[in-house]
Design a protein around this ligand. Structure first.
Ligand code: GRG
Length: 300
């Protein structure tokens, strides 16, 4: 799939997700009726109007590979994006990265206040499980399985655990295996869930689910490597505050350890591995393969 066609597909999916999200984050939604207006506004600030929506795109593309419609995948994509947005809201807090801007807008604690940002993150995380539980187009056993898997990938054995390891790295520098483990948990876990969940919600056989899981893990590795490379190559004017802080804290990345040429070669290797995993699906896997390439060589 040509990069321009992939970009258009990603943008279309992002627009669809915005509509799903606007409904999921409105007071009219049964899971939120009666919620305080200011808290809802903070949740919407943290979640709506920005972001590539890459994770919901992967859920949709993985589900489509096994014949499920985008509408069936939408609640799972929205749930995952809620968790991603919660992680960004909390990551931006003074106790973590202390950032003023996110996606070109004031961070939630800047636009509202710190306590409201903590609660907005909590409420986005909690909403995610409700959205999956209520996704009636998905078979009940698959919904339960998705709720449990999402709990694992977002929690202490997944993203939150990875963030804890990342914070520990400020006190004691991590070696390369430890950096890889931290990244697989902190960023990789949700991306692996995205690819695996599409197969689960579509009722794909176990072997396919495991293949999509592995695909997601590889794309997760590529995502973090590309993110670190983007930070390395950003000029001083655009260098993220968080990155500058990470460098000041002595945090190591793989591009910092091995250099940019090694990183680009490693990204090519990861994309080839991801594509090879999907070879047996033929043309039906073109979107997912293009997604792997986009993740590895994106400019944003
Ligand atoms: C607070 C529990 C908790 C976890 C935070 C994911 C994370 C853990 C922190 C985010 C810090 C960060 C910038 C990590 C690098 C990778 C990453 C998640 C980048 C942002 O994801 P994108 O590029 O963002 O998908 P958009 O804005 O497109 O949604």
């Amino acid at each position: 799939m040509a990069p321009s066609r992939f970009d258009a597909a990603l943008q279309d999916a992002a627009l669809r997700m915005e509509t799903t999200f606007a409904h999921a984050l409105s007071e009219a939604h049964p899971l939120l009726s009666g919620a305080p207006e200011r808290l809802l506004a903070a949740m919407r600030h943290g979640a709506l109007g920005g972001g590539k929506r890459l994770r919901p795109f992967l859920v949709e593309a993985s589900a489509a590979l096994f014949g499920a419609e985008a509408a069936h995948a939408a609640p799972v994509g929205a749930a995952l994006e809620c968790i991603h947005c919660y992680s960004l809201v909390h990551d931006d807090l003074p106790a973590m990265d202390d950032d003023d801007l996110r996606r070109g807008q004031p961070t939630v604690h800047r636009a509202f206040d710190e306590a409201t940002a903590i609660l907005a993150g909590d409420a986005l995380l909690t909403l995610a499980f409700g959205l999956v539980a209520e996704a009636e187009a998905i078979e009940p056993a698959a919904r339960l399985r998705l709720v449990a898997l999402l709990s694992r990938e977002a929690g202490a054995a997944g993203m939150a655990g990875g963030q804890a390891l990342d914070l520990e790295a400020e006190r004691q520098a991590l070696d390369e295996p430890a950096i890889r483990r931290m990244q697989a948990m902190k960023t990789g876990a949700l991306i692996a869930f995205a690819a695996e969940s599409g197969a689960i919600l579509a009722g794909a056989p176990e072997a396919d689910r495991a293949r999509l899981r592995r695909f997601g893990e590889i794309v997760g590795l590529a995502f973090q490597l590309a993110d670190d490379l983007l930070d390395e190559t950003a000029d001083a004017a655009t260098l993220g505050k968080a990155t500058a802080k990470d460098a000041a804290r002595g945090k190591k990345t793989l591009p910092a350890l091995h250099g940019q040429d090694w990183t680009r070669a490693e990204l090519e290797r990861l994309v080839a591995e991801a594509e090879a995993l999907l070879a047996s699906y033929g043309d039906k896997a073109e979107t997912l393969k293009a997604a792997a390439r986009f993740v590895a060589f994106r400019d944003r």
